[in-house]
Design a protein around this ligand. Structure first.
Ligand code: NAI
Ligand code: A1CAB
Length: 276
């Protein structure tokens, strides 16, 4: 599938364009999306040259706004604020895309029943450099080729048969970069505590995590195979692994991290339905 969006056919409205939707938009523009085909409705978004921006849906409609592609990019807690007004502009021609954590396809279909398709996308911030992960599931008459064209420039795309695992995926790949950044930060802090300068520690930690993940992806091996290539019997690595592996603490910690993030998605969905 092409990574160019030059031929993307349709007008796109972004309702909310902060960190995540802004990262997607930046990548789409790099991939050739015509800025004239995009509008943003966001009361606080930073100005973006060449793109029509509005503080409210009423203002966008007043300016003759129309779009076949509408993407929800605000917080799930704000769905109630925008849904009623937006539902009026979502017709049988509209693909309603949502990157909102927690909010299910069933919730989207209830809010936007007239849409041609409801499409739940769970991107991550590395979309900014085309190295993200987007999980996608849809409902209705979705144009899968067009959706693929939109998501491919953002990085890896995983199509799910339905959105039953999307809250877990949200924790895993959506929140995932923040967990990785925290691990790197903590690794660097530990290096600093043991004697490295702060600058060297962060530089070395970033390069070590980056190199290791690049090698893992390039090798096609399982992590255990590469661990064995680093850890000499009775050597330094094994001494560290013995701490990392003790009592299954790392596995338990990461399971708890993902469970908490996944379950928060369910709570956000309740809030978005006005039930939280
Ligand atoms: N940040 C991330 O890495 C990821 C975020 N998401 C989802 O993306 C969505 C946005 O998250 P962020 O970009 O992190 O938040 P953000 O706070 O950076 O962006 C939200 C934007 O919505 C705007 N906004 C607020 N009220 C609005 C309204 N009534 N109408 C239109 N726009 C309004 C804000 O001005 C802001 O620019 C959330 O639903 C989140 O669950 C999903 C995956 C990853
Ligand atoms: O923290 C959040 O709620 C959003 C969803 C995944 C990443 N950021």
């Amino acid at each position: 599938m092409t990574k160019s969006l030059k031929d993307f056919n349709g007008r796109m409205l972004l309702v909310g364009c902060g960190n995540m939707a802004g990262a997607m938009l930046g990548r789409w523009l790099k991939a050739g999306l015509d800025p004239a085909a995009v509008s943003i409705v966001d009361p606080f978004a930073a100005p973006r040259g060449g793109i029509a921006q509005f503080a409210s849906l009423a203002e966008w409609l007043g300016a003759g706004g129309a779009a076949e592609w509408v993407m929800l990019g605000m917080k799930p807690q704000q769905l109630g604020d925008v849904a009623n007004e937006l539902a009026e502009v979502v017709t049988g021609e509209t693909h309603l895309l949502s990157i909102l954590a927690g909010v299910s396809l069933v919730d989207l279909a209830a809010r936007f029943p007239a849409a041609r398709a409801q499409v739940r996308i769970l991107p991550n911030l590395a979309a900014r450099i085309g190295a993200g992960v987007s999980a996608v599931a849809s409902n209705g008459d979705a144009d899968e080729a067009a959706i693929g064209n939109l998501l491919n420039p953002l990085g890896t795309v995983v199509a799910l048969p339905d959105d039953s695992t999307m809250d877990l995926v949200t924790a895993f790949t959506g929140s995932g970069p923040a967990f990785v950044f925290r691990l790197i930060e903590s690794y660097a802090a530990a290096g600093e505590r043991l004697g490295l300068s702060a600058e060297d520690a962060l530089k070395l930690a970033t390069a070590t995590f980056g190199g290791a993940t690049a090698l893992l992806a390039d090798s096609g091996e399982k992590p255990g195979v590469l661990i064995a290539q680093v850890a000499s019997k009775g050597g330094t690595t094994q001494a560290g692994l013995d701490i990392l592996d003790s009592d299954g603490q790392l596995a338990a910690l990461l399971t708890n991290v993902l469970r908490a993030a996944r379950d928060r998605g369910r709570e956000l969905a309740d809030i978005a339905r006005g039930e939280g």
